[in-house]
Design a protein around this ligand. Structure first.
Ligand SMILES: *[C@@H]1O[C@H](CO)[C@@H](O)[C@H](O)[C@H]1NC(C)=O
Length: 318
């Protein structure tokens, strides 16, 4: 039985433990690199590339690493803020990743490769980019509270007045495993109800492919295994992503709802369908538990969970 070792970041200096059970050397504190590796950031559901939160993260990282190129992902590429917000709820997940992959390819600053941060749903999609494209390649991937093993309950709307969210929820409730919902409602693409597993496996295209749940994914395995580091962050009090352990590839067992951990899913680990085991064996997976609720980044806290990870994994010399 493999040991899960996680760092618990509680505003303290983290001690780093690699997953699964191998010490990973801390990157030495070198002098500031002359040309820091570029960064792509994919925002979460209901957010936009230009929101206050996303803009301030970009600005702060640019301040931390002078000369760094930071791109906040925007879907659709052209469109109003409202179009962008809607795209988080409505659309075809595969197509959205394709659009971003084209944009990345067309961005000269990213041509030599980059690091990537995905927030919540954005982390799922940036992993999809790595697995299907990875050209140019991602070096360090950090996902915060991303539903990697899907969600067993719809993500609660932030407000009753959020009409886009409520309409998407209502449509998803009417038939989340219908073909229309699977192709047109983003959350349906990663809705994995452990008590309707047969329906999920029969209807779902997106998440089953992304996780290699029904088929080996040799291209994904080759690409994911090229990462220098895959840092996956779970928020210990996350009540938005259910189950919260989805952020570290955990799911719940049918009926008993006992936790099934990453390495206990045969398709992920024993059979290594997408390369997670390869990456884990190389000591390049870091499972991190941050204190707080969903996306509680505590960004303004220099010693907060998110800042510490950014300091360690972003801005290295190319
Ligand atoms: C999205 O569209 C693609 C074709 O571009 C299709 O193959 C796929 O099944 C659709 N659905 C999802 C959830 O990606």
């Amino acid at each position: 039985m493999l040991l899960i070792r996680a760092i618990v970041l509680l505003g303290l200096v983290p001690s780093a433990l690699a997953y699964p059970g191998r010490q990973q050397p801390l990157t030495p504190a070198t002098s500031r690199p002359a040309s820091p590796r570029p960064l792509v950031v994919w925002h979460g559901l209901g957010d936009t590339a230009a929101s206050e939160g996303m803009a301030s993260i970009k600005k702060d990282i640019e301040g931390m690493y002078p000369g760094i190129f930071v791109m906040n992902v925007k879907v659709p590429g052209e469109g109003s803020l409202d179009d962008e917000r809607k795209a988080g709820f409505w659309g075809n997940a595969t197509d959205q990743v394709d659009i971003v992959a084209e944009k990345i390819l067309a961005t000269p600053e990213l041509a030599q490769g980059f690091d990537a941060i995905g927030f919540s749903q954005g982390g799922l999609f940036i992993r999809d980019y790595v697995q299907r494209y990875n050209s140019p390649p991602v070096h360090n991937l950090i996902t915060f509270g991303s539903p990697h093993m899907g969600i067993a309950a719809l993500i609660p709307c932030k407000s009753n007045l959020d009409v886009t969210c409520r309409l998407a929820q209502a449509a998803a409730k009417r038939g989340v495993y219908g073909k229309w919902a699977q192709d047109n409602i983003i959350q349906a693409a990663y809705f994995r109800d452990q008590d309707r597993l047969e329906e999920f496996l029969a209807a779902n295209v997106y998440l089953t492919r992304l996780n290699g749940e029904t088929e080996d994914q040799p291209v994904a395995r080759k690409n994911l295994a090229r990462l220098d580091n895959y840092v996956m962050v779970m928020f210990d009090k996350d009540e938005t992503v259910y189950p919260k352990e989805s952020a570290i590839f955990g799911s719940l067992a049918p009926e008993t709802h006992e936790l099934i951990r990453m390495e206990e899913h045969d398709f992920l680990y024993k059979d290594d369908h997408i390369g997670l085991k390869t990456l884990g064996d190389l000591g390049r997976i870091l499972v991190v538990q941050c204190a707080g609720s969903h996306m509680d980044l505590e960004w303004d806290d220099e010693d907060g969970c998110a800042k510490q990870l950014v300091k360690r994994f972003v801005g290295r010399q190319s």
